[in-house]
Design a binder for this molecule. Structure first.
Ligand code: TRP
Length: 336
């Protein structure tokens, strides 16, 4: 039997997931878990790099994100699903990697500059960052290399981190004259980023997102705020779906070809207005998210589910992680 290639990926627990997360990353994971030996984890230590002083929601956020994952179809029988802080080998490997990573490699990481901007709104001054946040990409490299992963399914914004991981893997192998680590490749989703309802990047801080777990009414109300063709002012003005900034993109994701053509004609001929178009879209969106939302409600009834899944998955992850860590310590010639 051919052994499966391995993938691993994670998300920070920052609250309930929105459709951008779902179509950008999660849906991809759910499909990939059938084909690959898969590790998915909740990056709670990474959440602390920026939210170290806002930890009141941390526990809740871990539970919400796992509920979203499971209801979207991640399956603990197929994938190893774990919590980063339940696998302390992550932190141990991070220590070793931090010793061999030049500071200027970390400074080059463009994503870190973005994080720096968030932490210090005015300037992107890396020397102001906490030690932990500066080490964000090195911790991420530890996550990835701990499982000797072949591919890392992530959004485009994470690719620079995976590049750094490859550099660190190569440097470790050179310094300790080993071929312990292979060089993981990023694996991008085909589906383009789903815009927020106001046309900006979808994000909860912009209040322009639809949550996977929103109810039907909330979803409809949010969709009603979506931007359409700005030149179409009155209902009987003829519209142009090519100028429709947001709503038409959603149609293309949630409806089939015939339905998209139908809505296109209705817009161009002004046989329906934007209000009606959005109402119909909302019903399509709600219909297609219904199974996920139903499953979430079911799963929520099982009070011990979240803990059980994380404890079981973390046990499995620890066994693999310890194998890597033993080899790392042998390569470095640590005292045993
Ligand atoms: N940085 C990732 C994000 O913000 C989360 C993450 C942490 C991750 N460690 C990882 C993703 C390892 C993939 C692999 O989305």
């Amino acid at each position: 039997m051919e052994t499966k290639k391995r993938i691993m990926s994670g998300m920070r627990p920052t609250g309930k997931l929105h459709l951008g997360h779902y179509f950008g990353v999660l849906k991809n994971w759910v499909e990939l878990q059938n084909e690959f030996d898969s590790y998915f984890f909740i990056a709670d230590w990474h959440a602390l790099t920026t939210k170290y002083n806002q930890t009141q929601d941390l526990k809740q956020n871990v539970e919400e994100i796992l509920l979203d994952w499971l209801s979207a179809g991640l399956d603990p029988c197929k994938s190893t699903i774990y919590l980063q802080s339940f696998v302390p080998q992550t932190a141990q490997l991070h220590i070793y990697l931090s010793m061999i990573t030049p500071q200027n490699w970390v400074e080059r990481d463009p994503t870190l500059k973005d994080l720096a901007k968030i932490m210090d709104a005015k300037k992107e001054n890396l020397s102001n960052l906490s030690y932990g946040l500066f080490g964000y990409p090195v911790l991420m490299s530890a996550d990835i290399l701990l499982f000797n992963t072949d591919f890392v399914p992530v959004g485009i914004d994470q690719v620079a981190h995976v590049e750094l991981t490859r550099d660190i893997a190569r440097r470790f192998n050179n310094i300790y004259n080993t071929n312990l680590f292979n060089e993981p490749q990023p694996k991008l989703t085909q589906i383009p980023l789903l815009k927020g309802l106001d046309g900006n990047k979808m994000g909860k801080s912009f209040n322009n997102d639809i949550k996977l777990s929103d109810d039907n009414i909330t979803t409809e109300n949010k969709i009603k705020t979506g931007i359409t063709d700005r030149n179409r002012i009155r209902k009987d003005d003829k519209g142009d779906p090519c100028n429709c900034e947001v709503i038409f993109d959603y149609w293309k994701i949630f409806a089939n070809k015939e339905e998209v053509e139908e809505i296109c004609c209705a817009c161009k001929s002004a046989s329906i207005g934007c209000f009606e178009c959005k109402k119909r879209l909302a019903s399509k969106v709600n219909q297609s998210l219904e199974p996920i939302r139903q499953k979430r409600i079911e799963l929520q009834k099982n009070k011990s589910l979240i803990k059980d899944v994380l404890i079981e998955g973390s046990k499995k992850a620890q066994i693999e992680a310890q194998k890597t860590l033993d080899k790392v310590e042998a390569a470095i010639q640590m005292y045993k």
